[in-house]
Design a protein around this ligand. Structure first.
Ligand SMILES: [Zn+2]
Length: 149
């Protein structure tokens, strides 16, 4: 009987978790991962919103958009088609890269070079927030791509 009660208690693991949440809990909400690059995340989200806003201008019937009065009368299926067509290929690729970068932020793998596993310097991330390679690996990749042509 006594053995059973201690087995139950052992699974709770009281020491390891509570110490860290106490020291970090004041700065951030419980449950959210610590943001390593908060300003770059803001840049990415702003860029993402700008692309979507530009591409989706046809969709929204905002009062200030009387420059396109005919749009509101069109069928929604047609507008959907316009929406996907309006996002140009380059923007769609960039949008995908932004989403992937935000995913990596959520997974705490952001800023780590995919090729060598090293940390990508902040300056490079700030300049190219969607990059997945450090400057050395990017140079190698570009040289390989040029050699293939
Ligand atoms: Zn690298």
């Amino acid at each position: 009987m006594k053995v059973r009660s201690t087995a139950k208690r052992a699974s709770a693991r009281p020491s390891s978790g509570s110490a860290t949440t106490r020291s970090e809990g004041k700065k951030k909400k419980a449950g959210t991962a610590p943001a390593k690059y908060p300003d770059i995340r803001r840049d990415l989200e702003r860029q993402r919103a700008a692309i979507l806003d530009e591409a989706g201008e046809v969709l929204t019937n905002r009062p200030g958009h009387e420059a396109f009065p005919d749009v509101s009368d069109q069928a929604s299926a047609e507008v959907d088609q316009n929406f996907s067509m309006r996002i140009r290929d380059r923007e769609r690729k960039l949008l995908k890269k932004i989403d992937e970068a935000l995913d990596r932020m959520n997974a705490s793998t952001y800023g780590i070079c995919e090729a060598c596993g090293g940390e990508i310097p902040y300056k490079r991330l700030k300049a190219r927030p969607v990059t997945t390679l450090c400057i050395e690996c990017k140079t190698v990749q570009e040289e390989e791509e040029q050699a293939r042509r």
